[in-house]
Design a protein around this ligand. Sequence first.
Ligand code: GAP
Length: 518
Amino acid sequence: MGNDDIFKKVTAHAKEYGFVFQSSEIYDGLSAVYDYGQNGTLLKNNIKKYWLDAMVLLNENIVTIDSAIFMHPTVWKASGHADAFNDPLIDNKDSKKRYRADVLIEDYREKIQKKIDKEVTKAAKRFGDAFDKAEFLKTNGRVLANQKKIDELTNSFQTALENDDLAAIKQIIVEAGIVCPISGSKNWTDVRQFNLMFDTRIGSVSDESGKIYLRPETAQGIFVNYLNVQKTGRMKLPFGIAQIGKAFRNEIVARQFIFRMREFEQMEMQFFVRPGEEKKWYRFWKEKREKWHKALAMGDEKYRWHDHDKLARYANAASDIEFDFPFGFKELEGIHSRTDFDLSQHQEFSGKKLQYYDPELQKSYVPYVIETSLGLDRMFLSVLSSAYTEEVIEKADGKKDTRVVLKIPAPLAPVKVAILPLMKKDGLPEFARKIMDNLKFDLNCRYEEKDSIGKRYRRQDAIGTPFCITIDHQSLINNDVTLRYRDSMKQERVSILDLPSIIKLKTNMKNLLKKVEA
Ligand code: GAP
């Protein structure tokens, strides 16, 4: 199955099983805005808990806040978002469609890369075992010509970006002969900068003076509260403030399902440190965050680091953790060394001192900041797409069947255990309810008595429930049940007294957190 197929299946599955719905679907949806369904919300909440517990429970010097989405408009002047949070856009005059110029160029580059990949596949087939890929890439004329095109495109695009040269970006599009995917024409407007912040009005004023923005990142809510938290929490450097909350960006190219949304959620932590110590803490948080991801055991090979070549205005080092999504390796989380840029800017624009008195050094200074910034929706997509598995299994009658199972890490699974009386009579439902009443305070349980047991197992596999408990007539006599494991489909007879400990051992968040700290 190709990656495109897998991705289509994951998105269809997410809808069919109550994980993610298109926003306002009955009105044909709102582009790049999504709602989380009954199972998706539980999965999302578990991811949030894993993140926040890893920040706040495991680090006594990290606290959490919940700041407002609306902020004083000067915040965005100070942060630079009002002037520089832009994407370069270009319109096709025939289709009237608007594109991100950098994405058009990136797509074109990928198209050339695919041509190279095709040549390699063809040659590998032709030469069989004797095929030397490295040698082929170095010597094949068509490959070399295409690689030259990619290199030239990359270089001129990077130079244009560095110089903020919008005319040069248009020139690259024209010279490459890039056409509009809708009209097929090369009839382009000039490239313009477009600010990604959504604006709205506050109060009853309808003119510019009432204009405010929906925050494009949660981080600024932390920066403007730095002093409040430091003073009221009597925090000593180094310390961190963690926050989970909504952010909004008017993305022009909104695609790949919940990967790039216009309304999304971020889990950000700003770690305030002594100037000069930021490189040490940058390395520290890179290591910690990598461990947090890998503790989920979704496959270490699915993660890689990507260091930023072009640093944002506020950073002196930045690196992304990329994840191998079905559409390739893409940014999942950013770790940024943000210097004292934000606090200094807010100090200047607000006229309020945002400094820390360091008793050891006996002087005051504006702290430096290391930021860890993870998109909750991207994290959700990484879990969902790596969990999605199709397995061919043999049925009792010897025939083959395909089972779709979400192998979600057990502590994150929306439902931890399904309770399934084999029949709707003979006291089995009552016995099952008693088991549920015992487990439901600690574990998210689901009770189901409709359909054959095989169908019920499949439904639970499809939403990633790690355990199923089946109650039969023997249960009433021996006080035991059949416990079925999602991934292995192994079944074993277990005393009802042992159920809580067996299930909690696998589904408890504590075990994940211990791996993060190990
Ligand atoms: N405070 C720093 C900051 O916001 P960013 O790289 O722009 O940095 C951080 O965003 C993370 O937020 C990204 O790594 C990604 O996971 C997530 N993110 C950014 N834009 C997004 C979007 N349009 N939809 C979903 N997630 C997004």
